[in-house]
Design a protein around this ligand. Structure first.
Ligand code: BGC
Length: 363
């Protein structure tokens, strides 16, 4: 009889222990790890913005207890495809992709869909696939519009006056953002080309003629050298409408080699507000850039990851603009801001986005 009671007490104790450990395991998994693996595929480490994007995403996801598998493809289409295939084989719980060339990823994304892996398109829209749950980006046409408006204002184009020369350095043809950016730029500047206020001596004004594959700084440098030697031997180049800070660095090198100085330095635009670009803006070697707060972008994207994993609704502010050829992708678009020497302090220093010493140490 005593033995029976003892056995019962032991059984109850074991049951209690089991309940207790499984409860503590549960709470443990919520607080420390969600047992969920997130694959993050980024395009390249050759430009500062993507390094920041990758580390922001990793940090923010890890803070929430996710495990992160972050990969960079160094602008190699096949490398990125292989990385994404590996992520799918690893059975990630969600895939976040900033593509090099999304046309190469269509089949892999289809596989992800079939395997029930939600896909989030990060900054660059994944085209011609219906495998995407959400898209986190900026208003990409707005980026182009801001570049155009900056040039319009800085060069006083609306006031008429002497015609000014301009050359265009547009983004990669396999990046939907580049196409939209061009549209935004031309929405503002085309009328000045048409009425002769702006003169493009190379004659290259279409997207096809001015786009630069994989956003290559070297090609921007070569193009600028060719424009300067071919069309500006006797004339000054007044405006370089550049779609990327990396291009602005190449343009700066070409201008310096051609003997341009602070006295006749053209207006040069950019995109991303990289540390180096902000430094060049302070030094007068770049005129403006577009500040895109990648921390905000990562926050919105992480919200989307949580939503697809936990079955919640993420924050969305656009359900019309981003048609990728197969679906209109629900998006959150952050606002791009023009940055120049007059407002850089407020935008990137006072806000704590960069530290003053980051700018001093940039090289
Ligand atoms: C991004 C830009 C970036 C460019 C080159 C684009 O897709 O939207 O912010 O400058 O890629 O990396």
């Amino acid at each position: 009889m005593k033995k029976k009671i003892l056995n019962k007490v032991l059984a109850v104790m074991m049951l209690l222990m089991l309940v207790f450990t499984s409860c503590s395991n549960n709470s443990n998994s919520k607080a420390v790890g969600k047992d969920k693996l997130i694959g993050v595929a980024m395009p390249t480490q050759s430009s500062e913005r993507w390094i920041k994007d990758g580390s922001n995403m990793k940090e923010k996801l890890e803070e929430l207890g996710y495990e992160v598998f972050l990969q960079y493809a160094e602008d190699d289409v096949q490398v990125q495809l292989a990385q994404i295939e590996t992520m799918i084989a690893k059975k990630v719980d969600c895939l976040v992709v900033a593509s090099v060339d999304s046309s190469a990823l269509i089949n892999a994304l289809q596989t992800a869909k079939e395997e029930g892996i939600p896909v989030i398109s990060y900054d660059r829209l994944l085209m011609n696939t219906d495998a995407i749950s959400y898209y986190a980006s900026f208003d990409n046409e707005g980026v182009g519009r801001k570049i155009g408006e900056y040039i319009e204002e800085k060069a006083h184009l609306a006031d008429g006056g002497e015609p000014q020369t301009i050359e265009f350095f547009m983004g990669s043809p396999d990046d939907n953002n580049a196409v939209l950016l061009y549209k935004g730029v031309m929405g503002v500047l085309q009328k000045y080309l048409d009425n002769g206020t702006l003169i493009c001596k190379s004659g290259r004004t279409s997207f096809e003629e001015t786009c630069i594959l994989r956003w290559s700084q070297e090609v921007a440098l070569q193009n600028c050298e060719n424009y300067l030697s071919g069309f500006y031997a006797n004339d000054k180049l007044d405006i370089c409408c550049s779609a990327f800070d990396g291009f602005a660095y190449g343009i700066k090198a070409a201008l310096e080699a051609a003997g341009y100085t602070k006295e006749n330095w053209p207006i040069i635009t950019g995109q991303d507000a990289e540390v180096m670009a902000v430094k060049n803006i302070i030094d007068g070697k770049q005129t403006a850039t577009i500040f895109k707060n990648t921390e905000l972008l990562a926050d919105k994207c992480v919200g989307m990851v949580e939503a697809v994993i936990e079955g919640k609704e993420p924050e969305i502010n656009d359900t019309e603009t981003y048609d990728n050829g197969k679906m209109v992708v629900p998006s959150y678009l952050c606002e791009p801001l023009s940055l120049d020497v007059d407002n850089y302090k407020e935008l990137v220093i006072d806000s704590g986005y960069y530290k003053e010493e980051d700018l001093l140490n940039a090289k």
